[in-house]
Design a protein around this ligand. Structure first.
Ligand code: F6R
Length: 602
């Protein structure tokens, strides 16, 4: 979730890069940096934290005349948010910026180290610049060295290199992470999205995966695995807000679509052939722990409930979940054998933070699952696992929830192995499913249009019941909360088996039941609960891989063999359902009434 900009031309490079990075700051602000070659002089600046720190550091620097420059704003994934880990990364005579994940960086690093190369940072990115220079030192052909470098990288990248070895060019490559090239009368721009170059460039080319190249005499030379390639520029939209949303109608929609790629970041470096590993966890935190308590609010509370099922089932550890605002005032009985987990997207939620302080005061060890490094909850916790979802702009949380659930799933397996509660076969099946989860989060265009079409039937009525069992019960709660938040329609989440104990009295054709019916967990049980509702004339929207005759509307999901994969796919369906209903009702999807993104009051 980092942001990249690059510039080739005669104008003041500092302004262009700082302005461009400002547009990308929402993608991460752990650190920022700029490298440039002006008058054949290589220069660079880095600063941790917000971009203003970098701008301040560069306040006396000016660059005039022709030059090349690259810049980066970072959302830490490999290594802490320090200045050493900030991009651009330096070799002996070149700088690199990179967005994505180099999956084989450890192997590459080992090979380069055995050639005597020294590494300064903990990042995967630094391998790119050393590999480039290592090859160039042997063949003395920077473009060929760049080509060979790109061919050796596995994973995802959008990357730019500038080098004294060829001081009047920028080398670029894209695979799996976004990058585009902007053009304006002799100037050339690179960026991770079009907002940094709107108003500066008038034409654009969106690079495809596998494309790479460099600039020769002010012209882009483009290549792919088949060799040199022609490309066609498009006119660049002058509308900035539209561009920030990458063509999606709302940030929430963009964030729903992003979940698949972001999940790879959440998993990255945390799973291997032996199971799950967290660099962040010092095992001593688990000494003497025989119970877990999770505290959170809202959507984060729903991920906590999901986590409790996973922790008890896999790690066989007693787990309870509390709403933070309740926990604070109930005079809870606390034991120092309990690991206290807080979950928060923002890391600033007042109730969750206060609950954490109470638990710490009572002597409990604490772990937070959070999306914002250096937030108050992170600073207060003994250890933190970051969810790496990137900044979430839509007030209704989507990708933050998905990544919280993933971290809890990973943590439950980590603990299961530590406690010797899982067989190698079970663990390997779980890892297989984890690695498959980005696929289960991909939004299928046909599915989206189907939900769009059927959403028109769900704009009235006297309420929605989202029902599910097991982990699909917290998902039902979350589906109902999403709908409530952005459609302002009344919706409840219920454990499916609980309907007959009261709520079924509400059933009639104007009561909409959204039934989560996975095939991998208690299908027959939930089927009979839905039949009971159908018999009372409730309108049923069934979400399931298995055909269900009594459904008034049916959304067919894929036939996964792991409940979590069904969970993620159904989560996407409920998010899109809420989105489409809200859009039809003409509501402000991203900024629903009465809500705030970070709730810092109790
Ligand atoms: C709903 C939503 C809220 C938050 C809640 C806690 O879409 O986002 O329910 O989950 O306010 O916030 P965090 O996770 O920042 O502690």
């Amino acid at each position: 979730m980092c942001g990249i900009v690059g510039y080739y031309g005669n104008n003041e490079k500092k302004e262009i890069l700082i302005d461009g990075l400002r547009e990308l700051e929402y993608r991460g602000y752990d650190s920022a940096g700029i490298a440039l070659i002006n008058d054949n002089l290589l220069n660079h600046f880095k600063a941790i934290g917000k971009l203003d720190n970098l701008a301040y550091r560069m306040r006396d620097f000016n660059s005039s005349g022709f030059g090349v420059a690259i810049g980066h704003t970072r959302w830490a994934t490999h290594g802490k948010p320090t200045e050493l880990n900030a991009h651009p990364h330096l070799g002996d005579y070149s700088f690199v910026v990179h967005n994505g994940i180099i999956e084989n960086y450890k192997e590459l690093k080992e090979t380069l180290k055995s050639d005597g190369v020294e590494f300064l940072s903990q990042t995967d990115t630094e391998t790119i610049v050393h590999l480039f220079e290592n090859i160039n030192n042997q063949i003395d052909n920077p473009f060929e060295a760049f080509t060979q470098t790109i061919n050796r990288l596995e994973g995802a990248y959008a990357t730019l290199i500038i080098s004294e070895a060829m001081a009047d060019t920028i080398f670029f490559a894209k695979y799996g992470s976004p990058m585009l090239i902007g053009f304006n009368d002799g100037e050339i721009f690179f960026a991770s999205s079009d907002t940094p170059i709107i108003g500066k460039a008038n034409e654009v080319y969106y690079l495809e995966d596998g494309e790479y190249g460099y600039i020769v005499d002010g012209e882009i030379k483009l290549f792919d695995k088949n060799g040199a390639k022609e490309f066609k520029r498009e006119r660049l939209t002058p509308d900035k807000i539209l561009a920030q949303k990458d063509g999606y109608r709302f940030f929430m929609e963009k964030e729903i679509y992003e979940q698949s790629s972001i999940m790879s970041d959440t998993i990255m470096g945390r799973v291997n052939d032996n199971g799950v590993d967290f660099d962040e966890i010092d095992d001593s935190i688990l000494d003497g722990i025989d119970e877990i308590k999770i505290c959170a609010c809202g959507t984060s509370y729903h991920s906590a409930l999901t986590g409790a099922y996973l922790l008890e089932r896999s790690a066989k550890i007693r787990t309870s979940v509390e709403i933070a605002s309740e926990f604070r005032y109930k005079d809870p009985l606390l034991s120092n054998k309990t690991l206290f987990i807080t979950i928060s997207q923002s890391g600033e939620t007042a109730d969750t933070l206060e609950a954490l302080k109470m638990a710490k005061k009572a002597g409990l060890k604490s772990l937070s699952i959070c999306n914002v490094d250096n937030s108050s909850i992170v600073r207060e916790s003994d250890i933190t696992i970051l969810t790496r979802a990137g900044i979430e702009k839509g007030v209704a949380s989507t990708k933050a929830f998905a990544t919280q659930v993933m971290v809890l799933w990973l943590f439950s397996l980590y603990l299961a192995k530590k406690r010797d509660k899982i067989s190698p076969e079970q663990l390997s099946n779980e890892i297989k499913a984890i690695l498959h989860s980005p696929t289960s989060l991909k939004v299928d265009d046909n599915l989206h249009s189907k939900i769009h079409r059927l959403s028109k039937r769900y704009l009235h009525g006297h309420g929605f019941f989202f029902i599910g069992r097991d982990i699909f019960y917290p998902l039902a709660l979350e589906g109902a909360l999403k709908l409530k938040e952005i459609s302002y329609l009344h919706a409840e989440g219920y454990p499916a088996g609980e309907m007959k104990h009261g709520p079924i009295a509400l059933a009639d054709s104007e009561l909409f039941t959204i039934a989560l019916m996975p095939q991998t967990l208690w299908y027959d049980k939930i089927k009979s609960n839905v039949e009971e509702l159908s018999a009372r004339d409730s309108t049923i929207l069934a979400i399931s891989p298995l055909d269900f005759e009594l459904a008034d509307d049916f959304i067919k999901t894929k036939e996964y063999d792991h409940p979590m994969l069904e969970f993620f796919e159904m989560m996407v369906v409920t998010q899109i359902l809420a989105l489409e209903i809200s859009i039809r009702l003409g509501n402000d999807v991203d900024m629903p009434r009465n809500l705030a993104k970070s709730v810092t009051v109790e």
